[in-house]
Design a binder for this molecule. Structure first.
Ligand code: HPA
Length: 265
């Protein structure tokens, strides 16, 4: 039973002084240097936390908890993906844990391929809505009550507005867009990129949507931001480039996170 597992996870974290979290952040591919500066921070590796899925990619998988403006912040540095062979129940286990710890706000980031031709590699795009093309949903399964949740306004309008002001302040283009999630791991063919653009997406990636569905199940307010690591029109793009671009933009993302936390507190 997942409830028993969650109890065990929670007890473990409680023994290490982590009991209540107000705001959580998930950092995606190549974004290790985007962790905001937190006071009195503690780091625990996922591999030490009972039932926490451990990334099989080169994501480090560490949970950093500390204070920012008197709020308790939990940063999930690294995530697991569907393409690694994890079920969506496993992919969203972190979110269930956060919900158990009282998280009210989830700030989620990812690397994505750009479909909208007004974007450039390295741009940040505020997620305004999403399309789930994974072909699965974390609310499928036994023992899940009240699962027919609305996904309208999944990305909080107030937080989107804050993010827009932050990007403008930083003299970055204030793009907003629709994120389509695919399961990957191969990137798209030209025909697939075209298809995804035609159905209404501005960017495409392999994460985020399952986590957002679970976060909305627990009524968290969600803010999402993508870094465009490659454009659909690029002659050639592979995983390595995705990571290089994300790494270069991580410090900007750190500032965006800190400013957004400042506006929440
Ligand atoms: N497609 C899917 N996922 C991605 C891409 C892409 O082009 N870039 C980064 N993640």
């Amino acid at each position: 039973m997942i409830a028993n597992k969650l109890e065990e996870t929670k007890d473990f974290l409680k023994e290490r002084g982590i009991e209540k979290i107000d705001v959580a952040i998930i950092t995606g591919t190549g974004l290790d240097n985007s962790i905001p500066l937190l006071k009195e921070s503690t780091t625990i590796f996922y591999k030490d936390i009972p039932y926490f899925p451990v990334p099989t990619t080169n994501h480090p998988g560490k949970f950093v908890v500390g204070n920012f403006n008197k709020m308790n912040i939990g940063v999930l540095n690294g995530r697991v993906h569907y393409y690694e062979g994890f079920s969506l129940e496993e992919v969203t286990y972190y979110i269930r844990t956060l919900a158990y710890m009282g998280v009210k706000y989830l700030i989620i980031s990812n690397a994505a391929g750009g479909l909208n031709t007004s974007f450039n590699t390295g741009d940040f795009v505020i997620i305004k809505d999403h399309i789930n093309l994974i072909g699965d949903n974390p609310l499928i399964g036994k023992d899940i009550d009240n699962r027919f949740i609305t996904m309208k306004k999944a990305y909080d309008e107030g937080l989107r507005e804050e993010l827009k002001n932050i990007l403008l302040d930083m003299k970055l283009p204030p793009h907003e867009g629709v994120y389509a999630a695919v399961h990957g791991p191969s990137l798209e063919t030209n025909a697939e990129y075209n298809f995804i653009r035609i159905i209404g997406a501005d960017m495409v990636g392999m994460s985020t949507v399952p986590e957002v569905i679970m976060a909305r199940y627990f009524k968290m307010k969600v803010a999402g931001i993508s870094i465009i690591t490659n454009m659909a029109s690029d002659e050639h793009a592979e995983g390595k480039e995705v990571e290089t671009v994300a790494k270069k933009r991580a410090v900007f993302l750190k500032r965006i996170f800190e400013k957004l936390l400042g506006s929440i507190s």
